[in-house]
Design a protein around this ligand. Structure first.
Ligand code: FAS
Ligand code: PHB
Length: 396
């Protein structure tokens, strides 16, 4: 019978970062993952790291690549058709910035560090089940190569994403779920072409939303809003580039360098929050507990702040013998999550074309709100504060 202190379900960025931080404190942990490591690395997702996340990566001792090749951005642009406004992140937040460095790279760095430290990640498990999570002796059962195994532990970190098993372990009459599904998705394209601009450009355009992002000076990441009925196979590279060019502000579109896509996919947009994020000795972390539309670049960053909170609590439990602080997890995490959910909802509501799903008055409100916020120093400061990330809350 295998035993560990913290059983981590899921080897995405949440599970890997938590495992790395706990190990740095000598807190034993085992990660169970449903798919292969290669499959996890095949998911092209986030690209912008808040200051707090970058500091956590440094504390975890895996920041070498991020600090070498990640790009510090002290500004981001918002375009309203052809009008471009720069949000000077550092100037408006007293020096904070973001780092452009892909989620795949972060995951790769964490996987490599875990492997080099000889820490256990069991890939390709199936039928993961969480047991006795309200007791002092919770355990996890899982199948591997047709054999059922048991992992005894003190605590379970549910880092298994939106479709995982952890959230389902909290009884329906205990958990409350809040959800908003948006009537459009994002068609994303990754290409080895130089980015159209040095900084990201979020574009509110009469044809629909677009985002010009990047992974490096030679690799671009673009998104355009599409109806939920769209299929990625109906979008040739040429069709994508033509539509993107029409949605970028003209002064940027003229610099667009096109090329063959190396990845292309459509992601639906939703806001989702589960309350509470803790049930006995089970803690929901990252996408297992909440989902945001990517418009605010918050998804991965909220997962990171969840990890920071659980890591600090586990350190107090095992290094100081303080178990009282465990009960703070859900409230601390939810305060920051609801802030991130609101910002992501607000940016999505203000910048996308709801194509009649919003009444005309609300459309006018969104346009007026956009105009106010990009013209007002106070408005730009509000965006800057949220974009670089609100401070992480300490454990009392
Ligand atoms: P993940 O979903 O990444 O990882 C969960 C892991 O658990 C997976 O590896 C899964 O295989 C495993 N798992 C699931 N069930 C299991 C089980 N029963 N047993 C064992 N393992 C199990 N965020 C941004 O900030 N910016 C973006 O641009 C952005 N774009 C996104 C695009 C898409 C298509 C998606 C889906 C998300 C995007 N996100 C973005 C959000 C994304 O980055 C998540 O916030 C991030 O992956 C969260 O990481 P985890 O919490 O580790 O969850
Ligand atoms: C990305 O580069 O993938 C990205 C950046 C910012 C966002 C969403 C996605 O808000």
């Amino acid at each position: 019978m295998k035993k560990t202190k913290v059983a981590i379900i899921g080897a995405g960025p949440s599970g890997l970062l938590l495992g790395q931080l706990l190990s740095k404190q000598g807190i034993d942990n085992v990660i169970l993952e449903r798919v292969t490591g290669e499959y996890v690395l095949g998911r092209i997702r986030a690209g912008v790291l808040e200051q707090g996340f970058a500091n956590l990566i440094r504390e975890a001792g895996v920041a070498h690549n991020m600090d070498s090749v990640g790009e510090v951005h002290d500004g981001v642009e918002i375009a309203f058709n052809d009008e471009r406004v720069k949000i000077e992140l550092s100037k408006l937040t007293g020096g904070d910035s973001v780092i452009v460095y892909g989620q795949v790279e972060i995951t790769k760095d964490l996987m490599q560090a875990r492997q080099e430290a000889g820490l256990e990640t069991i890939y390709e498990v199936s039928n993961t089940q969480l047991h006795d999570v309200k007791s002092q002796t919770p355990y996890v059962t899982y199948e591997k190569d047709g054999v059922t195994h048991t992992l005894q532990c003190d605590y379970i970190a549910g880092c298994d994403g939106f479709h995982g098993v952890s959230r389902q372990t909290i009884p329906l009459d205990v958990r409350t779920e809040y959800e908003k599904v948006y009537p459009f998705g994002w068609l994303g394209l990754l290409a080895d072409t130089p980015p159209v601009n040095d900084e990201l450009i979020y574009c509110k355009n009469d044809r629909g939303f677009a985002l010009a992002s990047m992974r490096s000076k030679t690799r671009s990441r673009y998104y355009i809003q599409v109806p939920l009925t769209e299929k990625v196979e109906d979008w040739s590279d040429e069709r994508f580039w033509e539509e993107l060019k029409k949605r970028l502000p003209a002064s940027a579109a003229k610099n667009l360098v096109t090329g063959p896509s190396i990845e292309k996919s459509i992601a639906p947009l939703r806001s989702f929050i589960c309350e509470p994020l803790q049930y006995g000795n089970l803690f929901l972390v990252g996408d297992a507990g909440h989902i945001v539309p990517p418009t605010g670049a918050k998804g991965l960053n909220l997962a990171a702040s969840d990890v920071a909170t659980l890591y600090k609590i586990m350190t107090k439990v095992y290094k100081e013998g303080d178990k009282e602080c465990i009960s703070q997890y859900s409230d601390i995490v939810l305060r920051r999550v609801w802030n991130g959910v609101r910002f992501s909802w607000w940016m999505t509501d203000m910048m996308h074309d709801f194509d009649g799903a919003k009444d005309q008055f609300d459309e006018k409100m969104s346009t007026s709100e956009m105009n106010y916020f990009i013209q007002s120093e106070a408005g730009k400061k509000v965006i800057a504060e949220q974009y670089v990330g609100l401070p992480y809350e300490d454990i009392k």
